[in-house]
Design a protein around this ligand. Structure first.
Ligand code: G3H
Ligand code: 13P
Ligand code: NA
Ligand code: ZN
Length: 305
């Protein structure tokens, strides 16, 4: 069933597990996400960025909404990184049940103002809202505290932000970053900071940039002719630990991008004569389903629906 983000995330926060929020850009990705959720009895969030809306528009939103409505587990359709009030309102008109307003690059007061405006409008329509405080970006473990504080989310500021905006869930900067290059080896995650913020705030917390960039998938990408540099993602154990401290929504895009590309590459490399789109995209869909399944197990959402 199609539900709001809050319907999914409040129970997750209370139950100390997290729910995957997977980015979609087409039918196969959407099926991998929602059908896996159904198979594992897990709630799930499907999210579209503004880029995804530009690419797939109402057609793609309707595919998500239709599969979600027929699913027997809770599914929310979320706007990822909405850049303006107008963008958030447009998504709500399109049928999204959750929106993010990302004004984190603005000074605190402006972030509060922009977020507050979206919260007021969205709440009037029963839609829940995510905002972000702090700057995403990889950090080194040895970096001095002052430098970390410059862009990671300040716990006291987070409390003030939530009080002033009434936002439903908050994305915090804890050392994760977007994309396939999150740092060397096992990228550092500031668990102590998550724990602190989780003690001060009872709303669900959100981790962006949470792909695992599995070594096996990276190797298969290379073996099938792809090129990728020194890729690294967030370790499974780090996500499980963060879920225990209050992270309830975990954003994953890169892992599904990698899996879809590996699936397509492997088919085409092994079968140069193949041109049936179902044979090309099918294995990619299967591989994405495996990624979604693994994430749901790591986050503890299996069997919660
Ligand atoms: O955080 C960004 C997501 O990975 C979406 O990326 O804007 O290229 O669709 P996109
Ligand atoms: P990844 O690039 O780690 O998949 O993060 C995606 C994300 O945060 C989308 O908002
Ligand atoms: Na988001
Ligand atoms: Zn993000």
């Amino acid at each position: 069933m199609l539900v709001t983000g809050k319907d999914i995330l409040v129970p997750a926060r209370k139950g100390k597990y997290a729910v995957g929020a997977f980015n979609t850009n087409n039918m196969e990705i959407t099926q991998a996400i929602i059908h896996t959720a159904e198979r594992l009895r897990s709630p799930v969030i499907v999210q579209m960025s503004e880029g995804a809306i530009k690419y797939g528009g109402q057609d793609l939103a309707n595919i998500v909404i239709d599969i979600a409505t027929r699913a027997t587990v809770p599914v929310a359709l979320h706007l990822d990184h909405g850049s303006s009030y107008e963008s958030a309102l447009k998504a709500i008109k399109m049928g999204f049940t959750s929106v993010m307003i990302d004004a984190s690059h603005h000074p605190f007061d402006e972030n509060v103002h922009e977020t507050g405006r979206v919260v007021e409008a969205a709440h009037a329509m029963g839609i829940s809202v995510e905002a972000e405080l702090g700057r995403l970006g990889g950090i080194e473990e040895h970096i001095v505290v002052d430098e970390k504080d410059a862009f990671l989310t300040d716990p006291e500021e987070a409390v003030k932000f939530v009080e002033l905006t009434d936002v439903d869930y908050l994305a915090i900067a804890i050392g994760t970053s977007h994309g396939a290059y999150k740092g060397k080896g096992r990228p550092f995650i500031d668990q102590a900071r998550i724990k602190k913020i989780g003690e001060l705030l009872s709303i669900p917390l959100v981790a962006h940039g949470s792909s695992g960039v599995p070594a096996e998938i990276v190797q298969r990408l290379r073996d099938s002719g792809g090129e990728i540099g020194d890729a690294a993602g967030i370790a499974d154990e780090d996500l499980t630990e963060a879920a225990g401290y209050g992270i309830a929504k975990v954003n994953v895009d890169t892992d599904l991008r990698l899996a879809s590309t590996v699936g397509i590459r492997e088919v085409l490399k092994a079968n140069p004569k193949e041109f049936d789109p179902r044979k090309v995209f099918g294995p990619a869909r299967d591989l994405m389903s495996k990624i979604v399944e693994h994430k749901m197990k790591v986050l503890g959402s299996v069997g919660k629906a």
